[in-house]
Design a protein around this ligand. Structure first.
Ligand SMILES: NC(=O)c1ccc[n+]([C@@H]2O[C@H](COP(=O)([O-])OP(=O)(O)OC[C@H]3O[C@@H](n4cnc5c(N)ncnc54)[C@H](OP(=O)(O)O)[C@@H]3O)[C@@H](O)[C@H]2O)c1
Length: 320
């Protein structure tokens, strides 16, 4: 592992990112234009990767379905030894023995690597069976850390018991969390993570771009069209974010990123362009005061707006 990456570990050797680059939007021209409203070439993404290494946040979060299947191979082509890859196994359908290992082998081909730094169980389906396979891969040294994603508190506890029995640490929980949606904090999941030394990674801290005020020349994406009415209700929140951001020299989206890191969580932000990576790194190097956090939360709650929903993938969880 690269020397700079070694410094991003705690005394116990645990990886502690200040922020993570999300690659959900990394894909080809068709996907970019149809789904994301705009397309970014691999040259631009490569510059974003180089920027992430330079500014000290070389962490890339991905999954097999990102960019309609194009995201992972792009991560493999662009992210070198000086980066950390965070990938996932998505359990859908009936559990079949060996499914995690088979999928993991394909992931390694995408990444052109012999191991993955952090591997998440993407949904709480067949928890025991899927985690057992991940534990085997961890013991073989092919997975550096095991995490769970889109798990509620009960499911996280269950995962921890399984991992504890095997003597394997639960590295992290990766769930949706943003200024607009703090369900996992209210439910006690984030404090349980803190009490147990488990990292909490917050995905979609910008609510898929809705915590970014619209620009005049903005290109529409499916998300932007879907949430246009809700976005209009966010203007009073943008104003509060702007006022607080001014004191820290942060733009409105950066306030949303800084809010999450100031709460002690790891923000995962979808970045495709170098300037976005720069802004993410600058945002997490600031810290909001308790009073600023309270003002932001009050302004967010006053809008009454929810965009993605903290538990939006519950529909994909099989009933027991
Ligand atoms: N575990 C899970 O189940 C799960 C689910 C969803 C997502 N995730 C992870 O979380 C990551 C983040 O989610 P996301 O990418 O869907 O949404 P997001 O980070 O909430 O928002 C991405 C949007 O924000 C914009 N943006 C990024 N940086 C900006 C900046 N500095 N200024 C203004 N706008 C900025 C992007 O613009 P452009 O369109 O111009 O690039 C894009 O429209 C994903 O990439 C993925 O890694 C995990």
């Amino acid at each position: 592992m690269d020397g700079a990456l070694r410094e991003m570990r705690s005394e116990d050797g645990v990886l502690v990112p200040k922020a993570v680059i999300g690659t959900n939007a990394w894909g080809d021209a068709l996907y970019g234009k149809m789904v994301r409203g705009s397309y970014v070439t691999e040259d631009v993404m490569l510059e974003a990767v180089k920027t992430a290494v330079r500014v000290g946040i070389p962490f890339f979060d991905t999954a097999r379905d990102y960019g309609l299947g194009k995201g992972q191979p792009i991560v493999g082509r662009l992210c070198g030894d000086d980066t950390v890859v965070s990938a996932k196994y998505t359990p859908m359908g009936k559990y079949k023995q060996g499914q995690v290992r088979a999928s993991f082998e394909k992931d390694l081909l995408d990444f052109q690597r012999s191991c993955v730094d952090i591997y998440w169980l993407h949904l709480p389906n067949a928890i025991e069976e899927n985690l057992s396979e991940m534990i085997d891969l961890y013991r073989e040294g092919r997975i550096g850390n095991i995490g769970v994603s889109n798990f509620n508190l009960k499911e996280c506890r269950q995962a921890k018991v399984i991992l504890d029995k095997a003597g394997v640490p639960l590295y992290g929980v990766q769930n949706h969390y943003s200024l607009l949606d703090r369900k996992w904090e209210k439910d006690g999941l984030t404090s349980w993570c803190k009490e147990n030394g488990i990292s909490f990674w917050a995905w979609a801290v910008l609510e898929e771009g809705m915590l970014v005020p619209p620009k005049k020349d903005e290109k529409n994406s499916i998300m932007k069209l879907m949430f246009a009415r809700k976005r209009r209700k966010l203007y009073p929140l943008y104003k509060t974010m702007q006022e607080i951001g001014r004191k820290h020299r942060l733009k409105i989206p950066q306030v949303a990123m800084c809010y999450v890191s100031s709460k002690g969580f790891v923000p995962i932000c979808g970045c495709r362009k170098p300037y976005q990576v720069e802004e993410l790194a600058a945002a997490v190097s600031e810290k909001l005061s308790d009073e600023e956090i309270r003002l932001l939360e009050d302004a967010a709650d006053a809008t009454g707006v929810k965009i993605l929903g903290a538990d939006m993938f519950r529909f994909a969880v099989k009933k027991k």
